[in-house]
Design a protein around this ligand. Structure first.
Ligand SMILES: [Zn+2]
Length: 356
């Protein structure tokens, strides 16, 4: 993976659930270059179709939304009240510079104020909650904030500080969950543009994953694929003590075979197929058990039931303003997706589906 343009450009766009417009426009522009046709569901999910020789349909989906917040009010003194959209601990927003998207591409920057130790020294520690956080955009009054263009319902996202670490192998950014999946859908479509494959590939991005897999429900119902692959970042715990129950997954350890999460149990034949395919193609992988769900959980209900799983990307500190991923894991994910596309035909589908 030399050219990471898609990853960087997508991570820098802003889009919480229901506000994926910037990301969708980007996806549309790029998918158009490599697809036979573009399709959209009515919630805003977008996909490119690349028809193959015959055979089954593989759907590859990132989700375009990121965790963030929404403007829910302005105090008389000009501070912005916020609501978290998606699973976001309030402490990750404290003392962060964030942006309110007030127009199509216009943003206003502010800071989520932290209380100085001088003022909290003798007071009891209150549990932090989003209700108590105030976003300060430098407005002197409610009217002043409104004159700047602030309205309820607007999205709030972190100011991004995208950087590559000293060793050149890791990248830190906001929104890796799940612009990585969106970028991966584009990478795959670009790669297979001139290639023959025994299946039809439909790749792109769903909406509103972070608020309960809403976009995947309509997108998978629209497409009813034979194999659904969510490409999503999973929270690895390699920075935790070894005996911590969440200490599974390693950064740089290869893509994640998500054999279990509470909402999607990987078909054992599919699990075996993934292991063999990865081994045959020398692709680094690790088994992963998660406590959350991905779009695969929702897609498994499409039609009469759909083979669905996640090709996971290891990520440290997800759902924060700064998540770290590993460039070599990106290669493993892409290689695995391409290996599946080269191999997955009608016969393979029947083998995996057979329920004796
Ligand atoms: Zn995600």
């Amino acid at each position: 993976m030399k050219d990471l343009t898609y990853f960087k450009e997508l991570a820098n766009l802003n889009g919480i659930a229901g506000h994926e417009r910037q990301v969708r426009n980007y996806m549309k522009k790029e998918l158009t270059k490599y697809s036979d046709e573009i399709i959209q569901d009515k919630l805003g999910g977008i996909f490119g179709i690349k028809r193959g020789e015959q055979g089954p349909t593989i759907m590859i989906a990132g989700h375009m939304d990121e965790v963030g917040a929404m403007v829910i009010g302005i105090t008389e003194t000009g501070f912005i009240k916020m609501l978290a959209i998606g699973g976001l601990n309030p402490e990750v927003f404290v003392s962060q510079n964030v942006q309110i998207t007030v127009g199509n591409n216009k943003t206003i920057t502010g800071v989520v104020g932290a209380i100085p130790p001088h003022m909290s020294r003798n007071s009891e520690k209150k549990e932090l909650s989003f209700d108590n956080l105030l976003l300060d955009i430098g407005a002197d009054s409610k009217e002043h904030a409104m004159a700047m263009g602030v309205k309820v319902g607007q999205q709030i996202t972190p100011v991004n500080h995208y950087y590559v670490t000293e060793d050149g192998k890791k990248i830190v950014s906001k929104a890796w969950d799940d612009r990585v999946g969106c970028a991966m859908a584009l990478e795959v479509m670009k790669e297979i543009a001139g290639m023959k494959h025994p299946n039809t590939v439909i790749a792109g991005g769903t909406v509103q994953e972070e608020v309960g897999l809403r976009g995947a429900k309509v997108a998978s119902a629209m497409i009813t694929p034979d194999l659904f692959l969510a490409v999503d970042v999973s929270p690895i715990g390699d920075f935790l003590p070894k005996n911590d129950i969440n200490a599974n997954g390693t950064l740089g350890g290869g893509f994640l075979i998500r054999y279990y999460d509470p909402r999607c149990i990987m078909n054992p034949k599919l699990l075996q197929y993934f292991e063999q395919l990865a081994q045959t193609n020398n692709i680094k992988y690790q088994h992963f058990k998660s406590t959350g769900g991905t779009d695969a959980a929702e897609a498994q209900y499409a039609g009469k039931g759909t083979l669905a799983t996640t090709v996971g990307v290891p990520g440290r500190y997800i759902h924060s303003t700064a998540t770290m991923i590993h460039v070599e894991d990106l290669k493993s994910v892409k290689d695995m997706l391409l290996a599946i596309i080269k191999d997955f035909d009608n016969q393979r589908l029947q083998e995996l589906l057979a329920h004796e």
